[in-house]
Design a binder for this molecule. Structure first.
Ligand code: SF4
Ligand code: SF4
Length: 186
């Protein structure tokens, strides 16, 4: 055994190396958050709970077709309404359900939605929907999607039924200007 090996065996240099790494963390900013008293805001592109806007939805079923595991269920019926003396067919959504417990949050449904802003979106910053019962509590009907029944919205986030803006969930979608612009509104 060489003298160097003997000294290395005598002095635990590896231990000092490890201690120096640990010691370095003592003086860094702490990343631990005292949840639930404090919450970190997820990044803008984070996919959380679904937002759904029944008024904007055009009942095209593209979201359901895009879902790779078929967990969006839509049923509708057609009604005939008379506008200016002309009869027009109108589709009415009876059921718009998402089986959220099976969702893998891939976002393909949102991508497929053709409306602007989107009628279904996941950029809601909200994710606190845990439950002791998953079959009913994590199955969201259009009514539960509107008001997020059973889910805690991230602080400051507007509920979908109050017009949450998919691009900035702490704000509302701007109202559509009346036909004819500012002059028409006057
Ligand atoms: S995010 Fe969920 S509901 Fe939407 S397409 Fe993916 S698996 Fe289906
Ligand atoms: S893709 Fe969008 S507009 Fe079409 S049914 Fe789904 S949510 Fe409605």
């Amino acid at each position: 055994m060489s003298v160097g090996d003997f000294v290395r065996k005598l002095i635990p240099t590896d231990l000092f190396g490890g201690m120096s790494v640990t010691g370095g963390y003592l003086f860094r900013r702490k990343e631990t958050v005292q949840y639930p008293e404090k919450r970190l805001e997820p990044p803008q592109r984070f996919r959380g709970m679904f937002g759904y806007d029944l008024e904007r939805c055009i009942d095209c079923h593209l979201c359901a077709k895009a879902c790779p595991i078929d967990i969006i269920y839509i049923t509708d019926h057609t009604e005939v309404e008379e506008i200016d003396g002309k009869k027009k067919k109108k589709k009415v959504i009876d059921r718009y359900d998402i089986d959220v417990k099976r969702c893998m949050f891939c976002g393909l449904c949102e991508e497929a939605c053709p409306t602007e802003p989107k009628s279904i979106w996941l950029t809601t910053l909200s994710y606190e929907g845990s439950s002791y019962e998953r079959n009913e509590r994590l199955y969201y009907t259009k009514e539960r999607l509107a008001g997020w029944d059973g889910l805690l919205a991230f602080p400051g986030v507007v509920l979908p039924r109050d017009g949450q803006n998919p691009a900035a969930p702490k704000t509302r979608v701007a109202a559509t200007p009346p036909a004819g612009g500012a002059e028409g509104a006057a």
